[in-house]
Design a protein around this ligand. Sequence first.
Ligand code: SF4
Length: 316
Amino acid sequence: MPSKPNKVVAIPAPMKRASINVGFTCTNDCVFCVAADKRSFPDKTTAEIKHEMEQAYVGGARDVVFSGGECAIREDICDLVAFARDQGFLAVNIQTNGRAFASKAFCKKMILAGMTVLNPALHGHTEELHDSLTRSKGSFRQTVLGMHNMRKLSGGRVQVLVNTVVVKKNYRHLPDIARLLIGLRVHAYQFAFVHAMGNALRSFASVVPRKTDVMPYIKEAIELGKRAGLHVGVEAVPLCLMQGYEKHVSEFYIPSVELWDRGERIPKFEDIRIKYGKVKFPQCAACCHKDYCEGPWKEYPEYYGDEEFQPIVSTQ
Ligand code: SF4
């Protein structure tokens, strides 16, 4: 007898977001990096990024994300954050490997410039695990110190929202990672199931786990977060694997994103993600979640098939 599916309620739309990719230079070399093939492309100039921010603001965006590559190693990053706040952006999110924030002086400058969200990536609960995934010695120590610095120096005013990419090597340790993040008093954490592009696609067999193997650990890590009063998100895991945990599906909370990628502006990135990035299956037609579930990234069933994704039949 299938359990009764949780009712999915509509969530109010947050501010429109502009995500500006500043370039692909990075101080890590992650085994699952989706941008690995683009790293030799030139980074955007300061003038290009400011021009994109101006256009995004006029277009209605009030929340800006700087992504990469690694945006925090740019010499102009404080200037870009201050420019964003002067423009009128209400939220400035730094998507980062977190290493630059190990410097207290840098943290202080970024807080003064007006950043509002630190969005660092942590992929292991130990130096050994994290550094083996980033292939960068010392990265764990710097990223953890960066989160600690930001919590302390901003007095909680800068939100620390942590992202962990779920791969074969770390999924059994997701609860350990959750315990570490709770101890660091971050505001929220998210587990993003690895997207098999770039390095992750080239090393699919050694990097990408089966989703059903991962789920017990994800659910344990969610429970830990709930008990600590933190929001925990899970990205790229379809609803049929999230029974009882539907409200943790990150896609429900991601705002509409205008993506300023290299050489192109994508007005509603979510449309591209759903249409070309994700996939659903013939059996989804019978599922009560079919209208809002995005399905997994399309590369996943090419390797593992679609048997894990079985329709949830509403009993309401
Ligand atoms: S069966 Fe299909 S529509 Fe239903 S939750 Fe799973 S992937 Fe989504």
